[in-house]
Write a protein that binds this ligand. Structure first.
Ligand code: SF4
Length: 300
């Protein structure tokens, strides 16, 4: 049994299978795990409160334990100008991981924890899960020797926990590569069901969404509210930049984003789509709303 101040750890939790497995393995080994979910505006079409509801899948008390940290403008600066460049699309994974680990480190220090746990598996994804990249990320985050990867422990240099004899790597799995078979088998053994399929989650890995983000950067509109807005509706680049809702759900999303982030909207009095005006004017937005409905009362 782990005792004293070595016991508490912060776990980077993505909501997916690997991170919940890492958490369960550490709990089983006697650690007190504080799950930390870092919310960026690119992670999902869901807002933080809806995201928390998703964590119910791992139990009501687990859901309530997760710390959700929302990133700010410093994360947007990183996406705009990453030191280590992008992956296949606009995903700056190496910079992003360093950033996430630095946030975890500050929670670790503030909450009296000693280590950071991640669900990383050696060689599972592109550039950011190669060994050299992982070690560079570890060094830059200031967490050398303090990052515990319970799914791939034996593939990495020993952590302080192993050096001190508190953690025995031979009791942990040794997963490598892209196959998910070992994780799925481990999930069965640990009684973890109903986990989401790995779909990448992060919209920066999506080519279509990356194009939209490039437009925002180019037009100096790279702000949280606009990033959320371009997740919904048609993006129209015509005498300005507009987002035209495609259905009632998107109408409601744009309305709620508008009140939270002060985005200008055209709200039709006829049965037609709401239009967010990122750059442009009200008349053009009215015309676009008319274009996508059969109920426009104007002759335009
Ligand atoms: S996929 Fe997205 S969230 Fe994950 S490391 Fe890359 S940029 Fe960050």
């Amino acid at each position: 049994m782990v005792k004293g101040i070595e016991k508490r750890v912060i776990a980077l939790f993505s909501g997916g299978l690997d991170s919940i497995l890492a958490i369960r393995l550490m709990e089983r080994a006697g650690f007190e795990v504080i799950p930390l979910f870092i919310y960026t505006p690119f992670l999902s079409k869901k807002m933080p409160l809806e995201i928390r509801e998703d964590f119910k899948r791992y139990g009501e008390s687990f859901k309530d334990r997760v710390i959700i940290h929302e990133t700010g403008d410093d994360y947007l600066e990183l996406v705009e100008k990453p030191k280590y460049g992008y992956g296949k699309n606009l995903n700056p994974c190496i910079d992003c991981k360093i950033f996430f680990l630095k946030i975890a480190k500050s929670y670790m220090e503030n909450l009296g924890a000693r280590y950071v746990v991640t669900g990383e598996v050696l060689g599972q994804r592109g550039m950011s899960q190669r060994k050299d990249a992982i070690l560079k990320i570890e060094k830059e985050s200031g967490l050398r020797g303090k990052i515990v990867r319970p799914l791939s422990l034996s593939s990495f240099p020993k952590t302080e926990l192993e050096e001190k004899g508190i953690l025995d790597a031979s009791l942990f799995p040794s997963i490598k590569g892209r196959s998910r078979a070992l994780q799925i088998e481990l999930a069965k053994r640990l009684g973890i069901e109903n986990y989401p399929q790995p779909s990448g989650g992060c919209l920066l890995t999506d080519p279509g969404f990356s194009k939209r983000v490039r437009v925002l950067i180019r037009e100096h509109l790279f702000e949280t509210g606009y990033i959320h807005a371009v997740k919904f509706g048609r993006l129209v680049l015509e005498d300005g930049i507009y987002v035209v809702a495609r259905n009632d759900i998107e109408n409601k999303k744009l309305l709620s984003l508008s009140s939270k982030y002060q985005i200008n909207l055209f709200i039709p009095r006829f049965k037609g789509p709401v239009v967010a005006i990122l750059k442009g004017d009200y008349e053009k937005a009215k015309m676009l709303s008319c274009r996508y409905t059969r109920h426009c009362p104007f002759n335009i």
